[in-house]
Design a protein around this ligand. Sequence first.
Ligand SMILES: Nc1ncnc2c1ncn2[C@@H]1O[C@H](COP(=O)(O)OP(=O)(O)OP(=O)(O)O)[C@@H](O)[C@H]1O
Ligand SMILES: [Mg+2]
Length: 254
Amino acid sequence: MGQIITVTNQKGGVGKTTATMNLSAFLANEGSKVLLIDLDPQGNSTSGIGVDRRKVQKSLYDVLVNETHPREAIYKTKYENLDILPSQVVLAAAEVELVSHLAREHKLKNALAKISDDYDYIFLDSPPSLGLLTVNGLTASDKILIPVQAEYFALEGLGQLLHTVQRIKTNLNPKIDLLGVLITMYDKRTILSRQVENEVKKHFPGKVFETIVPRNIRLAEAPSFGKSIFGYDKMGKGANAYKSLAKEVHIKCR
Ligand SMILES: Nc1ncnc2c1ncn2[C@@H]1O[C@H](COP(=O)(O)OP(=O)(O)OP(=O)(O)O)[C@@H](O)[C@H]1O
Ligand SMILES: [Mg+2]
């Protein structure tokens, strides 16, 4: 059965989508069968991986709300071994519509039970909130990867996130575990970046990935071409960082 990893932090713009897309792309390129699930109504990882959201017939919304079989909403990407379960704008409504459903927190988990054998890794890109979509992601997952941006306020909100994870572990998904905390957008020239690194390591002893993702403009440019960093700037610092992160993830999941 595949490892299901949710990339989450309710803080916006910390690098969740960038991490999800590039980890998925690298592991797929190395030969693992990978599914990327876009849990965010913004749909950044759907379009970032080169899928036109307007042309998608069925999406995560149908899987969650109409109980469409997930295989009907999974599409191939231009990358070998990498499939996507895309998001559409309508997914924003799922957050409200699901409230009246029975076992609303288990919708994604139940859907993934039908397909998780098809994949080695399933990565979930979460929206910047702790709402029902994120809760569905956490309930369905084996592991959590938390990106934090090497900026002031980096640790703000992490207490609330960990509290939510603990509640989910107690009530909905006892097997969920922290895979690691990823420091992103690190600028080695600034004292602030180093301070944040130290703070994060102090708060999460033994749980911070050795790989630190530098601030790298190529990582920000790649999605506008519908490409992963490996398709856009294979030899650059950004690609190197995500390559080494993917190796760490692979080792930790074995
Ligand atoms: N290492 C990096 N260096 C430079 N820019 C980056 C890096 N990682 C991400 N970015 C850029 O920073 C912005 C936020 O990143 P991203 O979309 O991955 O964050 P997010 O947590 O998914 O955001 P949201 O909460 O809105 O979903 C994007 O424009 C992205 O291209
Ligand atoms: Mg995002």
